[in-house]
Design a protein around this ligand. Structure first.
Ligand code: SAM
Length: 248
């Protein structure tokens, strides 16, 4: 039966593209890609000549209808993004919801994801984590969001581009404190891959030392806030409050 396949593509190293991903892109009738020109380079390199249409944030709702029509006609469709796993800071969420609602299967061809790759090499607690995607490009909104996250005890993952990486790390240092540990992962799986874990203030200094350190694509893996030890008095007060609330 016709299905929508969500296919991960490499985040920089073509060797990470799996056989199953390739076969899926060959077998489907249509590939929906975030940027068809960008993805054509990948498919051409892999000898895939499946027809491609664009699906990005500005045309996603219009494309949904077209893709569901193709599924209804019995054609399977694949969704890819420019790099990594679709829907992860990339388009596709509305499409997947609509295709599911229309009753067609949505199947995963898993692969690279920068957030998970960064978490896997940073050496910060990986048992519980939250993915925050991109912080705002506006300083005020960025700091407001960081302030909301200051007590988060789980490891936090952020995406950042080269032109904002320094300001972003500086804001994290200002809001979370200079000693918060941060893993900076740059150019994962590429030629100039580099990962370093430093306290926030030291990372600011490290970034400003050399222009090359601010080049490329970045993931920040930020240690969570320390779990606050609650005093016996606070615990007793919490218990009392819970009892009082149960009475109302
Ligand atoms: N869907 C992608 C994924 O699965 O990771 C993410 C797409 S998002 C638009 C692009 C961002 O992902 C970049 O700005 C960067 O923060 C991160 N990223 C992508 N490739 C990366 C790489 N090779 N090394 C480090 N970060 C990367």
């Amino acid at each position: 039966t016709a299905a929508l396949w969500i296919v991960a593509t490499p985040i920089g190293n073509l060797g990470d593209f799996s056989d199953r991903a390739r076969r899926t892109l060959v077998d489907v009738a249509l590939i929906a890609a975030e940027d068809t020109r960008h993805s054509a380079r990948l498919t051409r390199h892999l000898g895939i000549d499946t027809p491609m249409i664009s699906l990005h944030e500005h045309n996603e709702s219009a494309r949904i209808e077209k893709i569901i029509e193709r599924l209804a006609a019995g054609d399977s469709v694949a969704l890819i993004s420019d790099a990594g796993t679709p829907l992860i800071s990339d388009p596709g969420y509305a499409l997947v919801g609509a295709v599911r609602a229309a009753g067609y299967p949505v199947l995963a061809v898993p692969g690279a994801c920068a957030a998970i790759a960064a978490l896997s090499v940073a050496g910060l607690p990986s048992d519980r984590f939250v993915f925050e995607g991109f912080l705002s490009s506006k300083a005020t909104a960025r700091k407001t969001r960081l302030a909301e996250l200051v007590d988060e005890t789980r490891t936090l993952i952020f995406y950042e581009s080269s032109h904002r990486i320094e300001r972003c790390v500086r804001d994290i240092a200002a809001v979370f404190g200079p000693q918060r540990r941060i893993g900076l992962c740059r150019e994962l799986s590429k030629l100039h891959e580099q990962s370093i874990v430093l306290e926030a203030e030291a990372l600011c200094a490290w970034l400003s030392e050399d222009d090359n350190r601010r080049r490329g694509e970045f993931v920040l893996v930020v240690a969570g806030a320390p779990d606050v030890e609650r005093t016996a008095g606070e615990i007793a007060l919490d218990d009392l409050l819970r009892e009082l609330l149960a009475l109302t």
